[in-house]
Design a protein around this ligand. Structure first.
Ligand code: ARG
Length: 458
């Protein structure tokens, strides 16, 4: 028995039915579908379309359906093309023909758009929590590793020294923006499509404002046509997930690199490493590699959804049914990747002495240029002079620190014997004390700010 079979004399081809059915995916909407229908039954009563007694039978019947679904007692039938159909079919079996009044003035178009928004609102707190948990791990790590210095890289070349805590916190802030994006998405999620009918609005005098309040939405959507076709919230969620994936992937890539024998800055815990079936010595960073690998899937899901939408005129088209599979899969993946990253970071061992000994003395070249600036040399000239010193040391095949004072002064007379004091990573760090810099005092301020952000969001 199809919801729409009245005008049909033949039945759907079995393979076409398989293509059409969304039940395997949209079963996850069961609880919100029932909640939406219960609120709709009350709205119908408020509008005088059904009596309050009928509404209470509908609400109770739906509750029974929900309990069956939750207990695993619900038996899906081959004709149940989606969760909406299944719930209504079962309601009819439980309460009889009155069930046929539930869908009055409603369409699966406004129903599914409402369900999906309710479902997404329901998972956002967990997404917030998992992001915050990883942020907390980074803050703890930054706290624990205070004082550790590592080479900072640009283009994978040594650039300037950094505090390891500063490096950990750099990843805190990208996740903080991810949390802000979630909060922003929430603002648009709380508009209710229900009561928009198939596209033109409901034909009954439904008070959509009290219906919205009943379901916990801020307001009803102001345009029925937009309400049933809008999937911006889906795209926003998928973009959010894709960007979280990119952030995790970049972090994973750095951790993988730093845990190689060549770098040796970190050792991953056994709990976040796997071995090789052939090479007995191997300890591979598979969980991090998969974080990097699976983030590609998240980009794909965003692209797929945007591609689905771009060709659709306004109103409902069946293509839209594909939205849920993308979001469910993205949400499940994020819920796996975030705690794994958290665990990997919390348990890895840092090797400060390896980071320290990897510092090449040329990593302080900027500080030598700044030294000249402090003696009145314009920065451009200072940059050139230090560059010439680096080249000279390279020519003489000696370390920059071993270049004799006469050579420095031949290049630029403003160099004095105290230039060698600039070859001190601690000094280089301390000089970067402006807000947001890597000086220990600036990082302490940053750490406090990060903690305050976490505390403010509970
Ligand atoms: N299963 C459908 C979906 O997820 C429900 C809406 C069906 N609407 C329709 N006009 N056929 O999109």
């Amino acid at each position: 028995m199809k919801l729409w079979e009245g005008r049909f004399s033949g039945s759907l081809d079995p393979l076409a039915a398989r293509l059409n059915d969304s039940l395997p995916v949209d079963q996850r909407l069961a609880a919100v579908d029932v909640a939406g229908s219960q609120a709709w039954a009350r709205a119908l009563a408020r509008a005088g379309v059904v009596s309050w007694f009928e509404a209470s039978l509908l609400v109770d019947g739906l509750q029974e359906v929900l309990e069956e679904l939750q207990m695993g007692d619900f038996v899906f039938q081959p004709g149940d093309e989606d969760i909406h159909t299944a719930v209504e079919r079962r309601l009819g079996e439980l309460i009889g023909p009155l069930a046929g009044k539930l869908h009055t003035g409603r369409s699966r178009n406004d129903q599914v758009a409402t369900d999906f928004r309710l479902w997404m609102s329901g998972i956002l707190p967990r997404m917030h929590f998992l992001l915050a948990e990883l942020q907390e791990t980074l803050v703890d790590r930054a706290d624990r590793d205070l004082g550790v210095i590592l080479p900072g890289y640009t283009h994978y070349q040594q650039a300037q020294p950094l505090l390891l805590s500063h490096w950990w916190l750099s990843h805190f802030w990208s996740l903080e923006r991810d949390r802000e994006r979630l909060a922003d998405l929430e603002k648009r999620l709380c508009q209710m499509p229900l009561g928009s009918g198939a596209l033109a609005g409901t034909g009954f005098p439904i008070d959509r404002f009290s219906l919205a309040a009943d379901l916990g939405f801020d307001a009803p959507a102001p345009n029925s046509l937009d309400a049933i076709s809008d999937r911006d919230f889906v795209v926003e969620f998928l973009f959010w997930a894709a960007l979280v994936g990119v952030h995790l992937s970049r972090l994973a890539e750095a951790l993988i690199l730093y845990s190689t024998a060549e770098f040796g800055y970190l050792t991953l815990a056994d709990a976040y490493s796997t071995g090789s079936s052939l090479m007995p010595q191997k300890k591979n960073p598979d969980p991090l590699e998969l974080t990097r690998g699976k983030s590609a899937e998240l980009l794909g899901r965003l692209t797929a959804m945007l591609a689905t939408l771009k060709g659709l005129p306004s109103a409902y088209d069946k293509d839209l049914q594909e939205d849920k599979a993308q979001v469910f899969a993205a949400a499940d993946l994020i819920a796996l990747l975030l705690p794994v990253m958290s665990g990997a970071i919390a348990t890895l061992e840092a090797h400060p002495e390896r980071m320290r000994s990897a510092l090449n003395c040329t990593i302080l070249a900027t500080d030598l240029a700044d030294y000249l600036v402090e003696r009145g040399v314009p920065f451009r000239k200072a940059h050139q002079a230090v560059g010439a010193a680096v080249r000279k040391a390279e020519e003489l095949r000696i370390a920059l620190t071993d270049l004799p004072l006469e050579e420095w002064q031949a290049i630029q007379p403003a160099f004095g014997p105290d230039l060698f004091l600039a070859f001190d990573p601690e000094r280089a760090l301390a000089r970067r004390a402006a807000y947001g810099g890597t000086a220990p005092e600036a990082v302490a301020v940053q750490l406090e700010e990060a903690r305050a952000r976490l505390a403010a969001s509970g």
